[in-house]
Write a protein of this length. Structure first.
Length: 130
């Protein structure tokens, strides 16, 4: 039995990114490692699967959109679970959004680099096959 990775299956596979954003909150680990690793693996699958820029371009809205949705959900959960109900004057409501926002900015910069490297790989691959 062979497993064929068509576009429908690949689009569904991208939803693992959303799940990866929830895992750090559940197991209390730093919020950037797991979603980033999962996104890099899925982008590598996209690069291997795509024969050029067009299929890779079609998957970018899913990758970026699911990452942003994951950031929003994880930030809200982070705020609700860790900061909303604290009575400590140093950590008032909204501090979780600031802390998570810093991680999200770092993550978006890394994501932009990885997507750019994906385009570079596709460019090199297209030049080698000419």
């Amino acid at each position: 039995m062979t497993f064929k990775l068509d576009d429908k299956v690949l689009k569904r596979l991208h939803f693992i990114i959303l799940i990866a954003w929830l895992i750090p909150i559940i197991i209390s680990v730093p919020p950037i490692g797991i979603p980033f690793s999962v996104t890099v693996v899925i982008l590598l699958i996209d690069i291997i699967k795509s024969k050029g820029y067009q299929p890779y371009n079609k998957m970018m809205p899913y990758v970026i959109g699911l990452n942003i949705l994951g950031m929003v959900i994880s930030t809200l959960l982070y705020e609700l679970l860790y900061y909303s109900f604290r009575q400590d004057p140093n950590f008032g409501p909204g501090m979780g959004i600031i802390f998570a926002g810093v991680w999200d900015i770092i993550y978006l910069v890394l994501l932009a680099w990885v997507i750019g490297i994906g385009y570079l790989i596709l460019f090199i691959r297209s030049k080698l096959h000419e």
